[in-house]
Design a binder for this molecule. Structure first.
Ligand SMILES: C[S@@+](CC[C@H](N)C(=O)[O-])C[C@H]1O[C@@H](n2cnc3c(N)ncnc32)[C@H](O)[C@@H]1O
Length: 227
């Protein structure tokens, strides 16, 4: 999968993309990540990308000309890619969306900054996505979140193919069951007996019940959706 990120701060991506799964995915040729510096499309000698808002108010707004030029250049180099603008006012991101995106040939993520995008820019994207109900300074962290969650679902990136199928939200309304490893006892708390008896059906039943209990405790809103 070819992934382009349009950003004013390409240096922010240096560390996170050079390690762990994302590095492995690139090393194995399963993901190709390309950073596009929005400043390169800025206007005039100062490479301006923002301006004051019509109607007044605080902050600056990203101008349409440089952002749309960057989107069009990215689309040309990454044909068939879905272009996603990152914005708190977009569709709420989910594991289901990550799974859907992981099957695409390409992705172009557009990170905003300041007060966000001139509304006319959004005509040139395929979707608008929020990673949660809070406001960050820029779209760089949301781009990293989406990229990480998508890339790890590309077949061949994770070690065991089953590991992604078993996680929280792989069944959309369920959190994952608890995990244990050695030692068998830690500060008086033992690993549940059922996990030590090697009876697969009993373990599966216990894990299911634990996943439901965890969901009821931490995310009762999910259980309301579930049948
Ligand atoms: C300070 S925010 C702009 C917030 C905007 N004025 C609003 O109230 O919706 C600057 C940029 O950060 C990114 N951003 C901030 N929070 C986000 C979120 N929850 N999901 C996705 N992108 C976000 C977007 O790219 C946005 O254009």
């Amino acid at each position: 999968m070819k992934i382009d990120i349009i950003t004013l701060f390409p240096d922010m991506f240096k560390g996170p993309f050079d390690m762990s799964m994302i590095w492995k995915a690139q090393d194995r040729g399963l993901a190709q990540i390309n950073l596009i510096n929005l400043r390169d499309f800025g206007l005039g000698t100062r490479h301006t990308v923002d301006d004051t808002p019509y109607g007044g108010g605080d902050g600056m707004v990203l101008k349409p000309e440089p952002v749309v030029a960057a989107i069009e250049a990215a689309r040309t180099a990454n044909p068939g890619a879905r272009v996603i603008a990152l914005t708190p006012s977009g569709h709420r991101y989910s594991q289901a969306m990550a799974a859907e995106l992981s099957e695409l040939p390409g992705l172009i993520l557009l990170a905003g900054h300041y007060e966000g995008f001139d509304e006319r820019i959004l005509t040139y994207v395929d979707d608008q996505v929020s990673i949660g109900d809070y406001v960050l300074t820029g779209g760089e962290l949301p781009a990293m979140v989406i990229l990480d969650s998508v890339v790890r679902l590309i077949p061949g990136v994770l070690g065991g193919e089953a590991s992604a199928a078993d996680e929280s939200f792989s069944e959309p309304d369920l959190l994952e069951y608890p995990h244990y490893t050695r030692p068998q006892e830690f500060r008086g708390e033992a690993v549940p007996e059922v996990l030590q008896n090697g009876h697969h059906a009993e373990i599966a039943k216990w894990r299911r019940a634990q996943a439901q209990a965890k969901t009821a405790k931490f995310r009762p809103d999910l259980l309301k959706n579930s049948n």
